[in-house]
Unconditional design. Structure first.
Length: 281
């Protein structure tokens, strides 16, 4: 069995002690970068290992990059191996933000050639609501053998975005909230607004009121209504820093709309150059 998009908690609990399954805690807070690891130490899914968005899944910020640049993939490959991961493992990733951070690792593993990775539906909140077990024990594991097969076609650079928008050859979707997209409220980045021509679909729209993913049929309908006749492989996702955009990418994959890409630098990189156009409203 290979699960590649979203996985239900009741399925994960059945495989908790399966040697081939590896669970990774991706909890993180933009307001407090240590909050995730602190929460992990206070309680996590049994056998879960922890990764940190900024220390493990991002490179250092520079004057030209967004807030969460893509990691050095050679270094990331070593970190993945250090977690004990091999290509034989089914990976389950989770967080406490509806998958907003876990989908970053989901996407990165796919870039490295590992497709058998799924996001825990509902995150740790839903897990706890089902009275499933947690622990404070730290897992023991050996370094795995992980050889990357990097697929650089899965993301676009800023120059690619500029050129493709000029040619009208991509459908760009912004995963930020509507207020941030319209430039009415910008709590993180120094410039408000959005890239001209980008559509808006806040990633929260992928979930119901219980924090679970909408059905694949409903997601398919909603995305097709948004992108109309644009092929899925011409869709590019962005957000503030290239993290929560992966949530929309996952939702499309879960809906059977495969092949969309990520604008890795996203809004926080776009605004590094004051000559790039900005739209509001």
């Amino acid at each position: 069995m290979s699960l590649t998009t979203v996985i239900a908690a009741h399925t994960v609990v059945e495989y908790l002690d399966h040697n081939n399954w590896i669970i990774i805690d991706c909890r993180f807070s933009l307001a407090d970068p240590q909050a995730g690891i602190n929460a992990y130490r206070l309680g996590h899914l049994p056998h879960a290992r922890y990764v940190h968005l900024e220390n493990d899944l991002s490179a250092a910020v520079t004057s030209l990059t967004g807030r969460h640049p893509l990691p050095d993939f050679n270094q990331l490959t070593k970190k993945i191996a250090a977690l004990g991961i091999t290509f034989n493992n089914q990976i389950v990733v989770y967080d406490d933000a509806g998958g907003a951070f876990a989908t970053r690792l989901w996407w990165l593993l796919r870039c490295l050639g590992h497709a058998s990775v799924a996001v825990l539906d509902g995150g740790i909140q839903h897990w706890l609501a089902q009275n499933y077990p947690t622990t404070t024990d730290l897992p023991r594991y050996k370094v795995g053998h992980f050889k990357a097969y990097l697929d650089t076609t899965r993301w676009l650079e800023t120059r690619d975005i500029e050129n493709n928008l000029a040619r009208k050859s991509i459908c760009l979707i912004d995963a930020r909230t509507a207020e941030r997209y319209r430039g009415e409220h910008e709590p993180i980045d120094p410039v408000a607004g959005h890239i001209p021509g980008a559509l808006n679909r806040p990633f929260q729209a992928n979930m119901n009121t219980n924090g679970l993913f909408l059905s694949s049929d409903e997601l398919h309908h909603q995305f097709k209504t948004l992108i109309h006749d644009s092929p899925a492989e011409h869709v590019v996702h962005m957000c503030g820093s290239g993290v929560t955009a992966c949530h929309n990418l996952l939702a499309m994959e879960h809906a059977g709309l495969t092949g969309s890409k990520l604008y890795a630098g996203s809004w926080s990189e776009w605004i590094r150059n004051k000559n790039r156009p900005i739209a509001t409203q």
